[in-house]
Design a binder for this molecule. Structure first.
Ligand code: ADP
Length: 335
């Protein structure tokens, strides 16, 4: 296991006048054994960052340390990392056992040691009864577990996950997410996990790196990014539906945006006047879409609460201590 230190990490694709800057100087200190999720919209540089840690992309500037070694110029095989991809690419003609053992055979690990490591990984992943099967005889979730097994048997210092769940259907995604959590609890290996899915980020991470257009917008616990978003970008990206960002709400200062999450607006006998447009039933909750003056606002209520009718006027109050202020120009959090 190892800590990972990113010091002013920069990436440009290409050289000279045609060079494309992609990562603009990322700083992060990741502790030994931490589970970190890198989240952000498509094209923000998540994979590039992960691939630089893996050694699959050259680092243009800055310093990357894994454990006690600066690894900028160290080839991937020497970095003591294992990567799990979205496309898990198992060898179709090999058994589950051989798929998991392959890397160790190549590394000339002794057969009895290989047997012991594969058996242990198979036990953790509940694959012991499937070791003789071929990949085509497995479900999608089981294949993804074999891919994780292949990474585990190498006993790396660091796990890197590149959107490993995005090819799975919704139910299997949740299940595999729980398995990854369990795996991390048992093995405690420092992990970097890339996703564009904020729910995956919130549920898996001990700390989250939120990326936006090649910049790190925030690095914090799920509680911090949810309760104290550093910018309007984070406020809109984390949480669904996103935080309301209002320019003209009562009490909003000029040059600022007032942020309030849909779940932190309470309906009562006084407060802001909201004209109801539509109401969505989502099972455990309902979302009320309405207008506050000329701005759109979303209010979340419990499924059991009496739903308002379109056209009705509601009075809502932001819950004490739950409002956020942002600079209207820079989007940065104030206070
Ligand atoms: P993400 O993983 O967040 O979707 P990527 O790290 O794949 O984003 O890409 C970040 C940016 O870098 C994108 O704008 C992408 O077009 C650009 N990019 C990725 N690979 C290359 C490349 N080989 N050459 C030039 N630009 C690239």
């Amino acid at each position: 296991m190892a800590s990972i230190s990113l010091k002013n990490i920069i990436k440009r694709y290409g050289v000279g006048k045609t060079a494309v800057p992609v990562i603009h100087g990322v700083n992060a200190e990741i502790r030994d054994g931490e589970f970190i999720v890198i989240v952000g919209p498509s094209g923000c540089g998540k994979s590039t960052l992960l691939r630089m840690v893996a050694g699959l992309e050259e680092i243009t500037g800055g310093e990357l340390t894994i454990g006690s070694r600066v690894v900028n110029n160290l080839e991937p095989a020497k970095r003591d990392i294992a990567m799990v991809f979205q496309n898990y690419a198992l060898y179709p003609h090999m058994s589950v056992f051989d798929n998991m053992a392959y890397g160790l055979k190549i590394a000339k690990v002794a057969p009895e040691e290989i047997r012991a490591r594969v058996d242990k990984a198979a036990k953790i992943l509940e694959l012991s009864h499937l070791l003789e099967r071929k990949p085509r005889q497995l479900s999608g979730g089981q294949r993804q577990r074999v891919a994780m097994g292949r990474a585990i048997v190498r006993q790396p210092q660091v796990f890197l996950f590149d959107e490993p769940l995005s090819n799975l259907d919704a139910k299997l995604r949740v299940q595999t997410r729980l398995e990854i959590q369990k795996l991390h609890r048992e093995l405690g290996i420092t992990s970097l996990f890339v996703t564009h899915d904020q729910v995956e980020a919130m549920t898996l991470a001990q700390r989250i790196i939120v990326m936006n257009a090649g910049n790190m917008e925030q690095f914090g616990t799920p509680e911090e990014v949810y309760h104290r978003p550093a910018s309007t970008f984070v406020a809109s990206f984390i949480g669904s539906p996103p935080m309301n960002l209002l320019q003209h709400a009562p009490g909003c200062q000029p040059g600022q945006l007032l942020g309030i999450r849909p779940e932190h607006l309470d309906i009562g006998d006084s407060g802001w006047q909201v004209q109801v447009d539509t109401v969505e039933m989502l099972g455990a909750e309902r979302l009320i879409y309405g207008r506050l003056g000329d701005e759109t606002i979303v209010v979340r209520i419990d499924e059991g609460a009496q739903p308002p009718q379109p056209g009705q006027t509601l009075q809502v109050t932001p819950r004490a201590g739950r409002t956020h202020a942002f600079d209207a120009d820079t989007g940065k959090r104030i206070g």
